[in-house]
Design a binder for this molecule. Sequence first.
Ligand code: NAD
Length: 257
Amino acid sequence: MYAKAAMHVPLEIAEEARRTARGLGADCCVTVGGSSTTGLGKAIALTSDLPILTMPTNYAGSEMTPIYGLTEAGAKKTGRDARVLPKTVIYDPTLTVSLPPRLAAASGMNAIAHCVEALYAHDGNPVTSLMAEEGIRALAGISLGAAGMALHHKLCHVLGGTFDLPHAARYNRDAAPEAMARVARALGTSDAPTGLYDLEAKLGIAPALRDIGMPEEGIERAARIATENSYPNPRAVHYDDVLQLLRAAYEGRRPEP
Ligand SMILES: NC(=O)c1ccc[n+]([C@@H]2O[C@H](COP(=O)([O-])OP(=O)(O)OC[C@H]3O[C@@H](n4cnc5c(N)ncnc54)[C@H](O)[C@@H]3O)[C@@H](O)[C@H]2O)c1
């Protein structure tokens, strides 16, 4: 057993866990926890080929994707590899009941974020869109594995949070009208970005990046990192625009309808 899983899979932790697995002569990797724990299992599978059996305890959804992440010297790198996709997933809803309400709400919003980005993904298709729209209603993570992710997830990898979702949706709103209409329909509102913002407020989630420890002087650096490589996103990703987005998210401003 190895119980030191940490957010964003720091490389040192991954290497220690890999050594532990080797020392135990493990023939399988069983993970029980949130996506940080699943992510650690993926780091082990990536270098050992061990099959993963995972029991998720929240809604983050990593168990359904071939995507792994590793953090080295403060920078998170992600990749796709079939070896890290769990061979077996056991969903036991009773494992989620110990989630404190705030964590449950944040994890649910994370699942919704996966669905929103799947709806405007460059490689989405009618089936992933159906799952994503339904997932927003039912909070599913499965849409994440089947379609590529865009600006919101890039910002999450830079910032380590999901709290910019309404602002990322606002950023992309006019460039992805069909996706936004589906998000709004699933939320039962007329406008997706404000609907997401209001849902977060209803759930008691702090709307501002500053409330979750983001330093103000970090905004420009985050905008720079998020725009230094290109990736598919409905609206072109430019430094000045992303800076504006992050300032709005930093202050927790309600997106303009
Ligand atoms: N590769 C992918 O496809 C993918 C998908 C989603 C998230 N991720 C990654 O996973 C990480 C975040 O995962 P997360 O959001 O699941 O958070 P997490 O796994 O870090 O869990 C957050 C906190 O909730 C606690 N927790 C989890 N389940 C609980 C339960 N049932 N009862 C009480 N406490 C519980 C954990 O101990 C932890 O303190 C990030 O690094 C993110 O990038 C990767």
